[in-house]
Design a binder for this molecule. Structure first.
Ligand code: ADP
Length: 578
């Protein structure tokens, strides 16, 4: 009986042991499954490096959820070390805990547990957050965290042969709240350490990648937005980088030039030979090059040698600055000097000629009427000289940035127009100068001399550019609180594409007729400036070459500026429409 009892006991014991073994066996299998899954996800994570911020967030969310599942925990978060400020911050996304709840952590306190794990690079299991004295753990506890494991996120920097060359801590991984009120085990810690290794490489890799990409994109955008052209070639003559400007001006083909030899894609002979010289002779060169397509442009090219930190030549960069406009202005200035000299000489020659003739006439060969005519010519030519010199002085004032100050007065426009026309009539007998002004044209606030200058210039041009004579008609009409003045001729007209250009400095239309008329190309530029001083607009219309031209000037009856400067003219004011 006793033996029977003993046997039963042993069998029961055996049974218990068998069950225990089976349980352990089950636990082992479960751990193996977890490990296999962990390794699998490590491989998967390593294979697809995230490339955008959204992709990184998605990858991390997936990863943290998987970690929580593997460890049978409710929550999983990461803290990342910011090297620039040497602080640890909670890094989104979080799993199982709302980010704002943890937001109270803000920057992780220096004397906290997270900081400890990070600095000491040791994992820590917190079995009961209520018992911890760490300030951050207390915050976690208030956020509903009962227990947790924290492990450092270690990242191994490897060389090409996969040897670890640097090992650094980049943050802390934490899982919290084991399900079914269970405690975290040493086994859990071991698994979490494996997972930390995997996520560290993903986080570090992705962050470096994203940072690099952002920097590259920034550089690319900068390269694209500079107006200068840029071409970078490497030591083998392959194109590494080319921006839009350079591509358009100097490269042929479909625009797909990166990685191709520059000798194949750069169609501009001079640019090609400059790069070749720079690369072969290891020298920096500079020159000017011209292109004719898609439009005529002049570039100043400068090459610089690119070296690595050891001073070895790695490539050549060429910069192309557009100097078309500078060259154009230089050319125009040179032309201007010669036209001005010519324009000064013409009236002077004529004045000198008539005076010499009069001086020689000691016997009184010329009658009074002829002499009077000579004096008249001398007078007109002197006027022409004076106007030219005045124009030059005004131009130089504007160039120096000295604003012309209007002298505000009450001006009777019809009187000014009549006066200008009567003076201009004395210069021509081929043209009919006609004014067309309503009786009730109101007075305006303006600078009378400058209005005179505007009209003289326009009427003078109308005569000058109507070599066959014809009508020159000056109209003035009221348009609301402005006056619209027009000067219309029946002369050589203006090509449509020049209608706005003629108001630019030194701009002249170069034809047989205009050359014969002479001129400096600054008249309309000054006129426009004077009109704008009066807060007005000026424009030209023409049906085309040979069809005459009309110049329009619209100026306000009472410029705002005059009022702002404290000039009050009641009798002009009363004409304004409110
Ligand atoms: P310029 O001293 O050459 O007359 P402007 O600035 O007064 O200089 O005029 C610029 C150019 O505009 C002239 O060279 C001429 O080609 C053109 N132009 C000006 N007024 C007229 C006009 N009434 N008819 C035709 N062309 C004109």
């Amino acid at each position: 009986m006793e033996r029977q009892d003993r046997r039963d006991e042993l069998e029961q014991e055996l049974e218990r042991l068998r069950r225990h073994i089976a349980e352990l066996e089950e636990q082992r299998r479960q751990l193996e499954r977890q490990l296999a899954e962990a390794r699998e996800s490590q491989a998967a994570a390593a294979m697809v490096p995230p490339t955008t911020q959204e992709e990184l967030t998605q990858t991390l969310t997936r990863m943290l959820s998987r970690f929580a599942r593997l460890l049978q925990a409710e929550a999983c978060v990461i803290f990342v070390h910011r090297t620039d400020e040497d602080i640890l911050i909670l890094h989104p996304p979080t799993v199982g805990i709302e980010m704002p709840v943890l937001g109270a952590l803000g920057t992780v306190p220096r004397e906290g547990l997270v900081q400890h794990v990070f600095q000491q690079r040791v994992p820590v299991i917190v079995n009961d957050t209520r018992e911890s004295r760490y300030p951050d753990v207390r915050i976690l506890q208030e956020a509903g965290i009962r227990n947790a494991i924290l492990v450092p996120l270690m990242w191994d920097k490897r060389d090409e042969e996969q040897r670890v060359v640097e090992r650094k801590a980049i943050g802390v991984l934490m899982v919290a709240n084991k399900r079914r009120q269970m405690p975290f085990s040493e086994e859990d810690r071991r698994i979490l350490e494996i997972l930390a290794r995997q996520s560290a490489s993903v986080i570090a890799g992705a962050q470096i990648y994203i940072e690099l990409r952002e920097r590259t994109e920034q550089l690319e955008r900068a390269f694209e937005s500079v107006s200068a052209g840029v071409i970078l070639i490497n030591i083998n003559g392959k194109i590494i980088l080319v921006n839009h400007t350079a591509l358009q001006a100097f490269c042929s083909g479909d625009g797909n030039v990166i990685g191709k030899p520059f000798t194949q894609v750069i169609h501009h002979d001079k640019v090609r030979s400059l790069l070749l010289t720079s690369l072969n002779e290891k020298t920096e060169v500079s020159d000017e090059v011209e292109i004719y397509e898609p439009e005529e442009r002049i570039y100043r090219v400068e090459t610089s040698l690119v070296r690595d930190e050891l001073g070895n030549l790695t490539g050549v960069i060429a910069l192309f600055s557009d100097i078309t406009e500078i060259r154009r202005l230089e050319r125009m200035k040179t032309e201007f000097v010669s036209t001005v000299s010519h324009e000064l000489r013409t009236p002077l020659t004529s004045i000198k000629g008539f005076i010499a003739t009069l001086l020689e006439d000691r016997e009184g060969y010329f009658d009074a009427e002829t002499r009077y005519e000579f004096y008249q010519i001398i007078d007109q030519e002197t006027d022409r000289l004076r106007r030219l010199i005045e124009d030059l002085l005004n131009l130089s004032r504007i160039e120096r940035g000295v604003a012309l100050q209007p002298h505000w007065q009450r001006v009777d426009l019809s009187k000014v127009i009549e006066r200008v026309l009567s003076i201009q009539r004395s210069y021509t007998d081929k043209h009919q100068l006609i004014s067309d002004i309503p009786e009730d044209l109101p007075p305006i606030v303006a600078d009378e001399d400058k209005i005179d200058g505007i009209l003289t210039n326009l009427v003078n041009n109308a005569i000058k550019y109507s070599p066959n004579g014809g009508e020159v008609r000056v109209r003035a009409v009221r348009e609301d609180n402005s006056i619209l003045i027009s000067v219309q001729d029946q002369g050589i007209g203006i090509p449509k594409d020049k209608l706005t250009k003629i108001f630019e400095k030194f701009e002249r239309i170069d034809t047989k007729e205009t050359r014969a008329a002479g001129g400096t190309g600054i008249g309309l530029y000054l006129v426009k400036h004077l009109v704008e001083l009066h807060e007005g607009q000026i424009w030209a219309e023409s049906e085309g070459v040979g069809k005459g031209a009309t110049f329009y000037v619209r100026i306000p009856i009472y410029p705002k500026r005059a009022r702002d400067e404290g000039y009050y003219f009641d009798d002009v004011e009363q004409h304004l429409h409110l």
